[in-house]
Design a binder for this molecule. Sequence first.
Ligand code: ADP
Length: 742
Amino acid sequence: MGRTFRIKVRMRRFRRSHPRIAFAIRSSMIFSATFGAAYGFITGSRAENSGYDPNAFAIGASFLFALACLGLATLSMRLRFVNKRMRKLAVHNEALIDRNWELKEAEERARSLFESQGDLIVLRDHQSRITFANDAYCALAGEVRTALVGTRFDFDVLEQGDSARESNGTRIHDQKIATHLGARWIAWREGYVRLDAGQPAELQSVGRDVTDRTETERALSDARDQADAASRAKSRFLAMASHEIRTPLNGIMGMSGLLLDTTLTPEQTTYARAVKTSGEALMALIEELLDYSKIEAGKLDFELRPFALSTLIEEITELLAPRAQAKNLEIAAYVDERLPLEVMGDAARLRQVLLNLAGNAIKFTASGGVALIVEPGIWPNEISFLVRDTGIGIAPEAQSRIFREFEQADERVARTYGGTGLGLAISERIVKRMGGRITLESEPGRGSTFEVAIPLAPSQGGAGQTTFPSPELAGKSILLIADGIEASLIARRLERWGGQTCMISDAAVAEALLPERSWHAVLIDRALGTAVADRLGEVARTHATQRLVLLTPSSRHEKLCPAFTGYLVKPLRAASLAARLALTPEVISPDLAPEPVEPAEAGAAPAKGLSILVAEDNEINALLMRSLLTKLGHRVVIAVHGEAALESWLAASSAGASYDLVLMDIQMPQLDGIEASKRIRAHEARTGGRRTPILALTANTLVEDRYACFEAGMDGFLIKPLDREKLDEALAGLAAARHLVL
Ligand code: ADP
């Protein structure tokens, strides 16, 4: 079968390749067959002994005819079959033509896409001859495609950038090349592509013109270098200038200190103190600027020395206690017992950060208090310092901003409290340099907690030591009659020492509780009231071995009720509390006379001249105004904010002794000068009373501010800093015209 098929195929092939020979063979075969048949028939029928029988002839002829018909029918069927196959082939052929056309179109599209690419595309064979270059490449080469294909053309390389290789073998590199359009930076991606099986792979290079980007980057980097240099120069200048300013400032402060040691009149003492206070404020500002510039210039060095944690924290608390207590705020500290006694680090820098945070906490808190809590951090050797206050809080949108230099949470608030906005920026930089972080949690109106977490390893020498022996309080009951932040920290400490602590803020409840059991110690806070504390002390006599009273530093010299066995001064040192609780009770009653009351300030000026109300929140400025006006022979009343000024003005008006003039500072806490003036004018309009001239006191010379003053009903303004002449002139004008527009 296979053999037959092969022969057939060969014959077909032969017919196709030699049609003439095939035709000749076919013709001769037909001729021989026809001739043979005719000759045989005629010869056979004419022979005498042929035995011709017409019937047999008819049978033979019809048999042959039937055979011929069968042959024709077979041929017709084959023809139909062949036609069917032909039609199928024609359809298939058409589909192939369509497909071929689509492929050609796609190839055309791909080629035009390649050619019109903005990126440079070039293909090279294994001998570096160009086999394809797109329009962009030709344009940059300044040649037509036909001139490039087949050549080894390449651009001159002016500068070779860094080169890298991707995991798939693609090489990436930048080159600065010379083109007829000038030097261009091209970022190349090069890789091998196999176009046809059996052919060597071609190198495909795709290049993007990054001249603009590279030049912008270079310009930016130059600009950054310049800015860095300028910033360093600025920091150096700031450092130098601050240093130079500090020297004479030291002289001013030292001299005013010396002056204060000499015999001075009360007036002179006040002035000398003002000089000293202003000097100190300026010094603090310069210190901050100096620190900041040092940090900026990278010149802040950090020490690594052992220091005692609790000593540092207690010192900070005690240093800030007078400031807190002057505002009737509590300040307390708690150092967790799990922490090492001594750690390695820069105590001075840490103190600076904590003083700033705790100082801010006091500054921005009007009631409640401030707590400094030191606990183990979340990482090994990390210590977390929490500075918590119950102050004004910080709005969420200001929380990250305040860590930037010269940023304050709220400008209005900042004017009330003062400050430069540098403290937190410096603190954050210091903490970062120490390898730590500073975070903030705050809610407006509810207070803030700043957390400083820094790695501080325990010092070798201090490992395992404790500063003071903890008192043996296990199983002993202690009653703490107090309220507030410090009380809760004391309770926490007593519990750590094993004491069964009961903290009560209500005196009546405490009094009822005292006889309930025998107490090892009763701690009574005199902040509840001296009489209340003394009474509780008396009641506790029979129920408690130790009866301790908690005092503030200012009240420590006052006489103590003999019922108390001892006293502790707030903010409490853990060591003092431990020592006091471990002591055998003995009555300690400091018998010191109360501090002499400071002599009253120098008397008022003679009852001539004008009666002037000065609304000024800055103490030094108020003092200056008072002195200048008094020297000019006027009578002065100072109000420390707009609210107080309004009250004073209303009181004077209703008493029939209206002021002749109001000097009104514009920026004041609670009620500013503009609002206070508006209210004064509104009151005058309602009552039809005499119009009091109001002059604004401002350091701002902007035109908008002048308009705001006039719109509020003020009659003019004086620009700060004021001198005697300016003031004299303004007041002389007032006396003459009683109408002031300066
Ligand atoms: P300064 O206090 O000198 O203005 P800081 O950098 O120390 O500068 O503080 C920046 C600002 O952050 C402050 O002006 C204040 O608005 C806000 N701030 C800082 N600490 C507190 C706090 N404890 N409570 C409320 N606001 C605070």
